[in-house]
Design a protein around this ligand. Structure first.
Ligand code: ACM
Ligand code: ZN
Length: 551
């Protein structure tokens, strides 16, 4: 709670006598920008749901779903007033029930909720604003609101006044569907839970050394060959391999289905085509993409491969542009992630074609970068230029900063925050996603019941919810640099994370902590209070069937 709202709460308590703050009743995650508790409660069961006629059809659909759910779990009908009825409803000062009102003075993701014993007034100006308001309303209701079957639950909402908006505009979570493949249903289930915590970007890691997961019609072998590996390193021994064929991919229709589904949850999907390293999936299918010409295999082990795209050849760019043509049709968002991480330069040093390209471009060592690093800058720039013709901006992992990065790129800082601090100081937009806090595949504790999972297995530090909760994305930044921090992302790499249960366990409750870092004002963060709220949310997770690591 902000100091101001805290003061208002105390004042309200003094005026109204013995108002109890009932903190257990306001278990909202992420913590709203401002919440002023009040006395009494609103009886939601059977309350009418009135909507401003200027609310668009998609938003009305969201509200209708909420009304339907409320009716179902309470056993009493919360009917939607026809939109045209609202003027009379509003004119009638004795109006009771829910009032959903368009308020153009509110920013895109902003909303307010005022709960009195008589009515609940919800204001927003956009689909996402109303969607977040409904997410908050559900958290104010008893956990039974999440039960998808008929009941007679007592549905009340504690009185309060909430004014809420996000601290950061970019609030992302990444899921690696290359190392392990998660089907459309699993991805939707993942989207459902991140949306509950007001995450608005899904970074979909679709290609890597261990598998290519997106259908590209012009290059059918990418999925016929590149989507399957002959086995998997299932222990920490890099020589070990379970010998079981593994793979899968998304058809273009399935990708469109996921993108549309995410859109309804207020989430933009950002695809990642990781290049010029992490490309063995593609190179196994089309060996001419590599410096040696192959043969290559879809990798069965974890780590960083020395085999990367041969970027001295024009044919490689022809391939990349063709793939981008098809992928850009599938993903309407403004950002495209081009990877750029962990690209060893050994193959380029030994490749006559890449060396000839370096000579042709006049690239040299010096100023803190090798000529091969500058060759990667050339790749980044060509892909960036191609995507900009399609109206897309690129995001790259912080390695793209080595050498020279062209204006307009956004840097995703993963090797700590130093890359992000440097990039923002240079005027680049930045998304903070440092391993030390935001890697959701890293071990959460010694007692981790799944201590065989997580790429951070070799580390001795633990990366639990408390650690993530303590992350301050703007630390060490002056005001100008801070203005370039678009937001924060959590990353779920899946080398050792194989199924829903393992994803859930690694995600929750770190997702809860992440959401407060992404959304809530810095001064409202309070870990002890967070733990109380998280425990209440575990009940919701139980109802919805998500696994979690208990606190
Ligand atoms: C990364 O974790 N290689 C971005
Ligand atoms: Zn080469």
């Amino acid at each position: 709670m902000k100091l101001l709202s805290l003061a208002a709460a105390i004042l309200a308590a003094l005026i109204c006598g013995n108002v109890s703050a009932q903190p257990q009743a306001y278990n909202i995650i992420p913590e709203p920008a401002s919440l002023v508790p009040a006395k009494g409660s609103f009886k939601a069961a059977g309350a009418a749901v009135n909507c401003d006629p200027s609310i668009d059809a998609a938003t009305l659909d969201l509200i209708r779903k909420f009304a339907t759910r409320l009716s179902l779990v309470s056993g009493r009908n919360s009917s939607m007033a026809t939109p045209v009825g609202i003027e009379q409803t509003l004119a009638n000062s004795s109006v009771k029930g829910f009032l959903f009102l368009n308020d153009p003075s509110l920013a895109d993701e902003e909303y307010s909720i005022d709960v009195t014993p008589k009515n609940v007034t919800v204001k927003a100006s956009s689909y996402n604003g109303f969607s977040y308001a409904i997410a908050t309303l559900k958290q104010l209701l008893p956990a039974e609101i999440y039960i998808a079957k008929a009941g007679t639950a007592k549905m009340t909402i504690p009185c309060c006044s909430i004014k809420d908006r996000p601290r950061f505009g970019y609030r992302g979570v990444e899921l690696d569907c290359a190392r392990h493949f998660f089907g459309v249903g699993q991805v939707k289930r993942f989207l459902d839970v991140i949306a509950m915590y007001k995450v608005n970007r899904f970074h979909w890691h679709l290609t890597d050394d261990q598998g290519w997961r997106v259908e590209i019609k012009k290059y059918p072998l990418l999925t016929e060959i590149g989507a399957f590996r002959s086995g998997t390193q299932s222990t920490y021994d890099r020589r070990q391999n379970d010998g079981i064929r593994y793979g899968g991919y998304y058809t273009q229709d399935q990708i469109k289905e996921v993108v549309e589904y995410a859109g309804k949850l207020g989430i933009t999907v950002i695809p990642e085509l990781d290049l010029p390293g992490h490309m063995l999936g593609a190179m196994a299918a089309y060996p001419w993409l590599g410096c040696t010409g192959g043969p290559y295999e879809v990798w069965t082990k974890w780590g960083v491969s020395d085999q990367v795209l041969c970027v001295g050849k024009e044919t490689t760019f022809g391939f990349l542009f063709d793939v981008l043509d098809e992928m850009c049709e599938l993903f309407p968002g403004e950002y495209f992630h081009i990877g750029g991480d962990e690209c060893p330069k050994k193959a380029w040093e030994q490749c006559p074609v890449c060396q000839a390209k370096i000579a042709e471009l006049g690239l040299t060592d010096g100023d803190g970068a090798t000529k091969e690093q500058r060759l990667q800058n050339y790749v980044t720039k060509r892909v960036q230029d191609y995507l900009s013709l399609k109206g897309k901006k690129i995001i790259g992992w912080d390695e793209v900063l080595e050498g020279e990065l062209a204006e307009g790129a956004t840097v995703m800082s993963w090797r700590g925050t130093k890359g992000g601090i440097k990039a923002s100081g240079m005027g680049f937009d930045v998304i903070m996603s440092p391993t030390d806090y935001c890697y959701l595949d890293y071990k959460q504790g010694e007692d981790d019941r799944q201590n065989t999972i997580g790429a951070g297995y070799a580390r001795t530090k633990f990366y639990d919810a408390k650690n993530l909760y303590g992350f301050e994305p703007l630390e060490g930044l002056d005001e100008k640099s801070a203005s370039h921090i678009l937001g924060v992302q959590g990353n779920m790499w899946t080398e050792f994370i194989r199924n829903n249960h393992e994803v859930d366990y690694m995600l929750i409750p770190r997702l809860f902590a992440l959401s407060e870092v992404q959304w809530s004002p810095k001064e409202s963060r309070n870990y002890d209070r967070f733990v109380e709220k998280a425990r209440a949310h575990f009940k919701i997770m139980d109802i919805l069937g998500y696994d979690y690591k208990p606190l």
